[in-house]
Design a protein around this ligand. Structure first.
Ligand code: EPZ
Length: 422
């Protein structure tokens, strides 16, 4: 298993290109199952999760060609030969459940392995299933799989009122509704930019959708969808992660492709901590306003609130802030596993349930640490960039799921960072 070695090297400055969004691409790819015409995605990120989704779609009989060094995904579901998504692929990536809605909507039946939990929580899929049942699906859960069928071969429009916001359940229901007979209304729908991106792509394919980006999305089902070419929206989580580099180290970084609308609540917290964020015509320019950042409180919420996927990275910054910060993780039940690793670097963190209290220290100290999940891995790299001495982050396979070319991107800003193959 590879590791990443980081040596604190003072202020970092430069330009970082931001890739297409992993969490948009992982729902745009299953959308190919809705149509027998080609769906081509551009600005795709080069990540192991994308390779896993590619493998899953190919196992169903879809054609997925990765072109232009992975930036283009040319897909076709003209000949789907298998409607069973196997556990051995699904268990590698929970987003695999997103093939359920499209397969059921187009073919009238589907067998998909339940994804199981992951490090940050149990992460059930009950809201996905309830939404599809509301649309007429008959579901049978046995031997770890969902056996789904649409009576008469077609889902029907329905009002789906989500008890709480779920990104994945909104995406599954949105895709399924595009081919259902009649009108579907999704209430308390997720508002993430990745949902908006999916709706825009589905509309290009011929879907009739209104309200994406708000809590109520209305879909008029149609008999079939065509093909499209669609650019994957910029990754707001990668963007926020690299915005923290000058915040934690000093210096000035311009994140190409970044926009304030993608990171509104996050940029507001940075501003409160004493970090300036300026929109340029190329992206977002970030630098400290004056010296050490100040402690701020953070509470994670569904979009447009502070993203849970930036909580671990923000905690790394606040470990070096002047004062005491309180971070409340409201989305997942176990998303502070980076805290004990940061404490190995001298951070002062007190975790009680979903609340972490961070008392800032002047300087973190480099140490060997272990990545426990995707966002924790990059939180430790941020801490290592600002720490005195050397940090070695192990289990970086977590990192490869969501961050492409981290070493190159950070080296371009003057970081002392290298990948050590085991
Ligand atoms: C998506 O996960 C993202 N993944 C996550 O990013 C992100 O953290 C999350 O949304 C929240 O923004 C992808 O888009 C591939 P949810 P998802 O359904 O859809 C509970 C990353 O680091 N829940 O909005 O699984 C769930 O357990 C990843 O890139 C149910 O109880 O998240 C969680 O506590 C991590 N039943 C909360 O709702 C359900 O049926 C929000 O989950 C579904 C969810």
């Amino acid at each position: 298993m590879d590791s990443i070695l980081v040596r604190g090297n003072g202020a970092l400055s430069g330009v970082i290109p931001i890739a297409g969004a992993k969490n948009a691409c992982l729902t745009l790819m299953p959308a190919t199952l809705l149509s027998d015409e080609p769906l081509t995605l551009t600005n795709a990120p080069r990540l192991s999760d994308i390779a896993t989704m590619t493998q899953l779609l190919q196992s169903l009989g879809a054609e997925v060609a990765s072109l232009n060094d992975g930036l283009v995904l040319a897909m076709s579901s003209h000949t789907i030969s298998n409607l069973k998504a196997d556990y051995d692929i699904v268990r590698k990536m929970r987003a695999s459940i997103l093939v359920l809605g499209p397969m059921l909507a187009r073919f009238g039946h589907a067998i998909v392995s339940l994804p199981g939990g992951c490090a940050i929580g149990a992460r059930p899929v009950d809201l996905h299933l309830k939404a599809l049942e509301a649309m007429g699906a008959e579901l049978d859960l046995r031997d770890g799989y969902v056996y789904a069928k649409a009576p008469g071969g077609r889902l029907k429009g329905a009002v789906v009122d989500f008890p709480f916001v779920s990104v994945g359940a909104t995406e599954n229901a949105l895709m399924a509704a595009t081919l259902a007979k009649g009108t579907t209304v999704l209430k308390n729908a997720a508002r993430e930019p990745e949902i908006v991106d999916l709706a825009r792509c589905l509309r290009k394919m011929g879907a009739h959708i209104d309200g994406e980006g708000t809590s109520t999305i209305t879909i008029e089902g149609t008999d079939r969808l065509g093909g499209a070419t669609h650019p994957v929206v910029t990754d707001r989580i990668e963007l926020g992660t690299y915005m923290l580099v000058p915040a934690i180290c000093g210096g000035e970084v311009e994140c190409l492709g970044g926009t304030l609308e993608l990171v509104g609540a996050f940029a507001e917290r940075l501003d409160a901590a004493g970090v300036s964020v300026t929109q340029t015509e190329r992206g977002l320019k970030v630098a400290r306003k004056n010296g050490r950042v100040k402690a701020v409180n953070v509470m994670t919420e569904p979009f447009p609130g502070f993203p849970t996927d930036l909580q671990a990275q923000m905690m790394a910054l606040l470990c070096t802030a002047d004062g005491v910060s309180v971070l409340e993780e409201k989305i997942f039940e176990n998303r502070f596993m980076h805290a004990p690793e940061l404490m190995r670097m001298g951070a002062k963190i007190d975790v009680h349930g979903g609340t972490a209290t961070v008392t800032g220290v002047d300087k973190l100290k480099g140490a060997p640490v272990m990545a426990t999940d995707l966002r924790a891995s990059v939180s430790l790299i941020l801490a290592g960039l600002a720490a005195e001495g050397e940090t070695v982050v192990s289990r970086v396979y977590h990192l490869d799921r969501g961050y492409e070319r981290v070493v190159e991107k950070l080296r371009a800003c003057g970081a002392h960072i290298e990948r050590i193959s085991a």
